[in-house]
Write a protein that binds this ligand. Structure first.
Ligand code: TRP
Length: 370
């Protein structure tokens, strides 16, 4: 069994630096390493609709945004199959079959679903006041996500740590399917987390736990240098570090968290030759005598060094949007073929392949000809 990598994103907004260090950068590295048989990256528009059913225009606009973010981050459509979830009808058939193997109680225990329900005001008890009812499609999206993974027999799923419960639930579904139908059609996937811990959950520019569109604390991959400058200069640091001479705190200081996530040894020689590495900067800041503005200026240089090639590729792809749609269309066609093969094997294992099974037809004829 080879290595099959798959991952995706909901098209509910442009991708930001949290997505970049949490997953996107890793995908490009995996692509360059070339250690895989197939590599799929997809835009999860069906999942986005589970809590945006009344706002399809938002999803539609963000499909192209996310596609541009992928391509500009360096995903290469000749190496990675990029597709759109809604264009693979087999996924929805699989979801239906999987839903017979999952209990409501198990879904209610999924910590990511729980947290997201609370965030959106969805409550299973619709009687309660000031609560929105819980859409069935939203509640069951972990099942649909298992189909996304299983359809391609994915072995490796590079995602952020918030997705861990989804992968665990998918593994259970695989075991249940293979066990129930006495087959080995489906493959248990492994999660692949970023090795650098700070990258698993990048805080927002305001220092809040997570970079998130609804909190307004994001730096987007598509931000202009001016946007990034404004955001970096306004970043949360150490509120106790009032004067330059004061000793400063590095832990919980967003500028240093970002430097941990983004800076490379070579950046010091290029942008800040006073220091050989990040540890020296941290030591100076902790001792006192190093101002926030200097650190922010360095971070700005580092971020722009990472974002510049991304901006350049984006500008090229923006000139040919029909080609971007064409990449998604071709990727979706290729993905459909793989999913159809897996679905066929599933149906065979589930004994619902009535018309392709000559032995079944012969046995039934024998039974009725007696
Ligand atoms: N739930 C993921 C997110 O919110 C998107 C997603 C859908 C996904 N299906 C997937 C990720 C399958 C990995 C594998 O970002």
């Amino acid at each position: 069994m080879g290595r099959i990598i798959l991952t995706g994103d909901r098209p509910t907004g442009k991708l930001h630096l949290g997505h970049y260090v949490g997953s996107l950068r890793n995908r490009v590295l995996l692509q360059e390493e070339g250690n895989y048989d197939r590599f799929f990256v997809f835009i999860a528009d069906v999942q986005a609709l589970t809590d945006n059913a009344d706002n399809p225009e938002k999803v539609r606009q963000n499909v192209i945004e996310v596609a541009l973010d992928y391509l500009s981050a360096g995903l290469d459509p000749s190496k990675v199959t990029i597709f759109v979830q809604s264009q693979i009808p087999q996924l929805h058939e699989m979801t239906q079959f999987f839903s017979n193997l999952v209990t409501v109680q198990r879904l209610q225990r999924n910590p990511t679903v729980k947290a997201e329900m609370a965030l959106r005001g969805f409550n299973a008890d619709a009687e309660e006041e000031n609560r929105r009812g819980l859409p069935v499609g939203f509640f069951t999206y972990p099942i649909s996500q298992a189909a996304d993974i299983c359809a391609f027999k994915s072995t490796t799923v590079p995602v952020g740590e918030d997705q861990e419960p989804m992968i665990e639930q998918c593994r259970e579904i695989v075991r249940s399917f293979n066990g129930t139908y006495n087959c080995d059609v489906l493959v248990e996937p492994q999660i692949l987390l970023p090795s650098n811990k700070v990258c698993r959950r990048l805080p927002g520019t305001d220092g809040k736990a997570k970079m998130s569109k609804s909190l307004g604390n994001c730096i987007y991959l598509s931000d202009t240098p001016e946007d990034v400058k404004k955001k970096v200069m306004g970043m949360f640091t150490d509120p106790g570090h009032l004067k330059v001479e004061d000793p400063g705190k590095v832990e919980g200081n967003t500028v240093f968290t970002y430097l941990d996530a983004f800076s490379e040894e070579a950046d010091f020689a290029q942008f800040w030759p006073d220091y050989a590495n990040l540890q020296e900067v941290k030591d100076h800041y902790t001792r006192g005598g190093l101002g926030d503005v200097k650190c922010k200026k360095f971070l700005l240089n580092v971020l722009n060094a990472r974002l510049e090639p991304i901006r350049a590729r984006r500008a090229e792809y923006e000139k040919d949007i029909p080609e971007v749609y064409n990449i998604l269309k071709k990727g979706s066609e290729a993905a459909r073929e793989v999913a159809a093969q897996t679905l066929w094997e599933m149906k065979e294992a589930m004994k619902i392949n009535y018309f392709d099974d000559a032995a079944l037809i012969a046995a039934q004829s024998a039974k009725y000809s007696k």
